[in-house]
Design a protein around this ligand. Sequence first.
Ligand code: AMP
Ligand code: MG
Length: 331
Amino acid sequence: MDVLTCLGIESTADNLGVGIASSDGRILANEITTHVPEEGGIHPREAARHHADVVGDTISRALATAGITSRDLDFIAFAQGPGLGPCLRTGATAARALSSYLKVPLVGVNHCVAHIEIGRLTEDAVDPLTLYVSGGNTIVTGYEAGRYRVFGETLDIAVGNCLDVFARAAELPYPGGPAVEELALKGEKLIPLPYVVKGMDLSYSGLLTAAMGELRKAEHSLEDICFSLQETAYGMLGEVTERALAHTGKGELLLTGGVGANKRLRSMISLIAEEHGAAAKFVPIRYATDNGAMIAWTGVVAYMSGVRTPVESSFIDSRWRLDEVEVPWRS
Ligand code: AMP
Ligand code: MG
């Protein structure tokens, strides 16, 4: 069978990513352009304007990197949700335009499914339990009977968002995760902070409020607050992940999303995997953070199992849950 080529567009939040993947499992391009707000957090409409400004160039760059032209593309994939509405709409509009101009099919991809699929590809994972931790998501998931089931998730803000907002309050550079990680290395005192695990779900808003309260009180060093914030935030993740791993008995534990770059979190995940006889697998940062390659690759696996998204059903769904998606390529 001929090798097919897919271009994928990711635009769920502050990254505009364009990736190209082929049906024989190669990533031919993965171009990312990030919108950095002048101040504060991501403003959806400003990020969307940025994406609209750069999407044409980013597509050209991806094609050049892959050494192909748009005529070599067999279909177009795009992140259909979940994410910020205006950002998603910009990516979807570009994908529809390209698909109609080239007269090739369109495949709408769930962003969270894509994080798992690219990890399975790059880390040779077959059936992992996945911890997906980023600026917008905090999910413990694994495949079971036709879908990726959510074993645990945040009830409010994502762990990465907690770190970013705290870091902004502490006047640390953006993004917050790496800055907090560096300071935490010099901390040693564990300040009691709200550790909130409800059943299998997590809550980070109370932890964020308390950590910011510690900043204002200034009774402890910033290093100790960062250390305590990390220990509490990642301890919660570890608890839920370990329980899901013990329950499912999966043999692989995959860590992905931008927060997955954290060394303290990685060491906790390694330990948990080891205790349960599972292999710990870390998705490299260029494929763990929001990127177009994961959308292109998931477009490939979906397309190969017959998934198509006609234009009339290509509207975005900013709240599209991971566990609503049929994944026929896994059954
Ligand atoms: P993403 O949403 O997947 O693009 O990842 C971005 C998130 O990852 C932001 O919340 C960052 O603060 C976070 N992040 C990046 N590097 C680290 C790190 N070393 N430790 C903790 N969080 C990190
Ligand atoms: Mg993401």
